[in-house]
Design a binder for this molecule. Structure first.
Ligand SMILES: [Zn+2]
Length: 373
């Protein structure tokens, strides 16, 4: 009789940084396909960003449209962020959006949906307003080239507002956040799987398929980032699951345009579990960085019944048609080894996966701090 793989049961993961891209002009993903990829990747909650191409979440109407779609099609609970940019002129919408949103996302750097770089000073009015409207709901920072010290000293320092620095690609940023934490400021920092499992060298061979903002780091920095995550100086892992179709990436490759972002949420935990197998990070840190801490940052907590049983078999990510669940149909992690297939997943009292197959859905909208998932 073949030997069954060892299984482990750990708390479900929470991803506070995904782009489901619906509704938008980008047709790579839907709430249905993205949330399915998240469920089969061991997640119980995902938080959707606001920069939907062509349809940014800048108004109450768009927030409600997104929520209606989540109710209809999501496999797992989803929370959404409100967006506000200096050019969006939506200060009248923010009071209506704040109660329905889990936090505010600010794009200071160039990326999908934002074509310019801003300074911290450009956002101060928006952050001040958000602090009045939702003092408990975090401000999520896509930094770009803005001064990180200046951002943190205003949001976390002057306002005392919980601030999360998204997707670091450099150890110096981690050092700045560490200094601020030592001063008692409410600030955290996250890293993406592509910034620890891929390097800037990949851009030479993969072109646009390895382009994202912030860009992939040099190998010496990716190793340092992995170490800083393993030691707890980086608080969380966030996927920044940002799907584009292959055709879109190809188009950018041949027109010298830009098409930032990579998908991959279904492989985040298996890549980390293999890193654990190789002695690069402890299981305790994986659980803390993918579940406990991200939930804490957005003010939620996990029920002890929200958990995932993983069959700890090693596999190679080699067949996009077979293994990729995201509607984008491709993965930047092709060729990598990973560990773990979800056998069972429950969210509170509801079983969503049994024997590796989806048997239920839980399309909940999460808006309130203190919600137990
Ligand atoms: Zn993002």
């Amino acid at each position: 009789m073949p030997k069954l793989p060892e299984t482990i049961t750990i708390p479900s993961a929470v991803d506070i940084h995904v782009h489901l891209r619906e509704p938008s002009t980008n047709k790579a993903e839907t709430i249905e396909s993205g949330s399915k990829a998240a469920l089969l990747g061991g997640f119980a909650l995902i938080c959707d960003m606001s920069n939907n191409p062509g349809r940014p979440t800048w108004t109450l109407r768009r927030t409600m449209d997104k929520h209606n779609r989540i109710w209809r099609t999501s496999y797992i609970p989803v929370a959404t962020y409100a967006g506000s940019q200096p050019e969006s002129n939506n200060e009248r919408e923010l009071p209506k959006m704040a109660p329905l949103s889990i936090g505010l996302k600010s794009y200071l750097g160039e990326t999908t949906g934002n074509s310019r770089e801003y300074a911290a000073a450009d956002f101060k009015d928006i952050w001040q307003l958000w602090d009045l409207l939702a003092p408990e709901k975090p401000i999520m920072i896509h930094r770009g080239s803005a001064d990180l010290d200046e951002i943190i000293s205003f949001t976390a320092g002057e306002l005392g507002h919980r601030t999360h620095i998204c997707h670091t690609n450099h150890p110096d940023e981690v050092e700045i956040v560490h200094r601020a934490k030592r001063e008692g400021l409410p600030v955290t920092i996250g890293v993406c799987p592509h910034h620890i499992f891929k390097t800037s060298h990949d851009v030479l061979t993969e072109g646009e398929f390895a382009k994202m903002q912030p860009p992939l780091a040099h190998q010496t920095d990716t190793e340092k980032l992995m170490h800083l995550l393993a030691e707890g100086y980086i608080d969380i892992v966030e996927s920044d699951h940002a799907p584009h179709t292959k055709a879109k990436k190809w188009g950018a490759e041949h027109t010298s345009g830009s098409c930032y972002g990579v998908p991959g949420i279904e492989f985040v935990i298996p890549l980390l579990l293999r890193a654990e197998k190789k002695g690069r990070i402890s299981r305790e840190r994986i659980v803390n960085a993918t579940s406990t801490m991200p939930a804490y940052i957005v003010g939620l907590s996990l029920s002890p019944y929200t958990k995932v049983t993983w069959a700890m078999e090693e596999f190679r990510i080699e067949d996009e048609q077979e293994q990729v669940i995201s509607g984008s149909g491709w993965t930047p992690y092709l060729g990598m080894l990973a560990v773990g297939k979800v056998q069972r997943a429950t969210v509170k009292d509801k079983e969503l996966i049994c024997d590796g197959l989806i048997v239920g859905e839980k399309p909940q909208i999460v808006t309130r701090r203190g919600t137990i998932i």
